[in-house]
Design a protein around this ligand. Structure first.
Ligand code: NDP
Ligand code: HEM
Length: 508
């Protein structure tokens, strides 16, 4: 194993010290009154050790808690300079980066080989600040209005009473939210259970904007295609893997990089002229929809590779903080409601999970200058402004100033402020149908049986409501799932989650 020293360990390193730097004479025996104790309160070395241990954990991420990551390099080879002035996207550019992959629902200690969406987060340390793309291995998402995100996540986490995952909650929510069909179909297809993150695609998912030197805006979607090929496990194979190791993805990614087999992803974009957004038959800012490749072809612009493991998992992977709000000049947002909420949510999460100055930690710090007037707060350790008289703005002492050249062109918007029903007039079926029709029969059969298994022991009315949605995607879809459910029920009349069933029946 790569974590073992290559030769016999040497005794005698540097002098061990307290965290204040004082040498420690004895790290084996606590200070006691007589050989049997009790201990003395003045043994501050023991107290420091126990106190530090008590503070070794920070809150895990509220979602995407289990993760794996590495450092790497982005290389741009294509030329999209007519669409964007972002330095990171100019031809010939090489940019250092870090990636973190994750599962969504499991806690920090969850097994890796679980059916779940994989997070695909990238932080590029560009000369104009950090650019973060915080996407998934799917181009779409379960909900299209952020007000439904906490509800959706509650269905993926544990039931408040049983403390168990609840298939009833999941399928109740999905069957009441037809916009989830596209993502549910991907999740339950082969791609919902990849053998590891080297074998997944990544998608920026949202529509973003690109802005060129002339101040013109284009809409863009980012895609990252695995160059290792797609590889998936069936549910049965995954159960076997989890029985052997809960860390299959960590092992696979870490070992590949450690042995020089650097994973790579091709980077591609789809570009839409700004005014096309009014013409497409679907809302191009709806996160439950893709832009069909036939309409907006993929353009190759480069690739990234992961080529260095973290030296310390906690400081570099657990404390890495991605946020969709981290954009750079030449890359902008879009009206996508989900993106708008995420622009707020992540930095808020980081201030809570890591602390006010999370961006000063080495893994999060930009490799370009940071000049602002934020002040103080817990754990402020960055040096003072070299120009201490300029601690407010405007000032007469040469402090940092804004530059109008970084302004974005105005965004065309219209409409009255209201709570618009996002389910009205929205086609939730055509795109999942296009995906379903891509699958061969064996893939469809696995889709049916994965769904049937994931439904566990949910109440019949939820199962039927969900199958009625599948019918609307494609009659073969609904029929296939019903068939697979019947087969499971024949084999095992009391299926897999009796507690869930009892609770649902009791509250019905
Ligand atoms: P295309 O035939 O041009 O593209 C199909 C896409 O589907 C490919 O990108 C392929 O990825 C991907 N794919 C294949 N199997 C799966 C799977 N099990 N789960 C998820 N994606 C898969 O068709 P369109 O662009 O017209 O899209 C048709 C449907 O394909 C869409 O409705 C959507 O569900 C799905 N799709 C579309 C994407 C897009 O951006 N247009 C992106 C991903 C999926 P790969 O190239 O890696 O094989
Ligand atoms: C993590 C919120 C939708 C991908 C998180 C975290 C929060 C959050 C609070 C934890 C951050 C942390 O503590 O570090 C939200 C909200 C959403 C939303 C409010 C919708 C309104 C999405 C979507 C995607 C996504 C649509 C993908 C397209 C991720 C990823 C992570 C994450 C990959 C893990 C980041 C990492 O590796 O550190 N999300 N999320 N989320 N989210 Fe979201």
């Amino acid at each position: 194993m790569t974590d073992q020293p290559k030769s016999a360990p040497q005794t005698g390193g540097p002098v061990m010290t307290t965290s204040a730097g004082a040498p420690i004479p004895d790290n084996q025996n606590s200070l006691s009154a007589g050989p049997r104790g009790p201990l003395l309160l003045q043994d501050y070395q023991l107290i420091e050790k126990l106190a530090h241990q008590n503070r070794e954990r920070i809150p895990e991420r509220v979602v995407h808690a289990k993760g794996w990551g590495a450092h790497g390099t982005l290389r741009i080879t294509g030329d999209i300079s007519k669409y964007t002035r972002a330095k990171v996207l100019q031809p010939g550019t090489e940019t250092p980066m870090i990636a973190r992959f994750s599962t969504v629902a499991g806690e920090a200690g969850a097994a890796d080989a679980e059916r779940d969406v994989r997070g695909f987060s990238l932080k590029f340390y560009t000369p104009e600040g950090n650019w973060d793309l915080v996407g998934n291995n799917t181009p779409v998402f379960f909900v299209r209005d952020p007000v439904k995100f906490p509800d959706f996540i509650h269905t993926q986490k544990r039931h408040p009473r049983t403390n168990l995952r609840s298939p009833t909650a999941m399928w109740d929510f999905w069957s009441l939210s037809p916009e989830s069909l596209h993502q549910v179909t991907i999740l339950m297809s082969d791609r919902g259970l990849p053998v590891g993150v080297r074998h997944i695609n990544g998608y920026g998912s949202h529509t973003f904007s690109l802005i060129n030197d002339a101040g013109e805006r284009f809409w863009v979607k980012f895609h990252f295609k695995t160059m290792q090929g797609h590889k998936h496990w069936t549910n049965e194979e995954a159960a076997d893997v989890v029985g052997r190791t809960r860390e299959s993805t960590q092992e696979d990614l870490f070992e590949a990089i450690e042995t020089g087999d650097f994973p790579k992803w091709k980077m591609q974009v789809q570009i839409m002229p700004e005014l096309d957004a009014d013409k497409t038959p679907y809302n191009p800012f709806d996160l439950t929809k893709v832009w069909p490749h036939g309409d907006y072809p993929l353009i190759d612009i480069g690739e990234f590779e992961l080529n260095r493991n973290a030296d310390n998992y906690f400081s570099e992977i657990e404390q890495v903080a991605f946020s969709p709000s981290n954009i750079v000049p030449g890359i902008g947002f879009s009206p996508d409601k989900m993106l708008q909420a995420r622009i707020f949510a992540y930095a808020d999460a980081h201030r809570h999970r890591i602390g006010t100055h999370y961006e000063a930690l080495p893994v999060n710090a930009p490799k370009s200058p940071v000049n602002n007037y934020h002040k103080d707060g817990a754990m402020r350790f960055t040096p003072n402004n070299p120009n201490p008289a300029a601690y407010y703005e405007p000032n007469s002492f040469g402090g940092p100033v804004e530059r109008a050249e970084y302004r974005e062109p105005p965004l065309r918007i219209s409409g009255d402020a209201d709570r618009y029903n996002h389910r009205e007039g929205n086609d939730d079926f055509s795109q999942p149908r296009a995906l379903f029709e891509l699958f061969d029969q064996a893939q469809k059969d696995r889709l049916f049986s994965n769904i049937a298994a994931a439904m566990g022991d949910i109440p019949d009315f939820i199962e039927e409501r969900q199958c009625a949605l599948f019918d609307q995607v494609h009659p073969d879809y609904g029929a296939g799932v019903r068939r697979a459910r019947a087969a499971i029920k024949d084999r095992n009349p009391s299926i897999s989650a009796p507690t869930d069933k009892v609770l649902a029946d009791a509250s019905a």
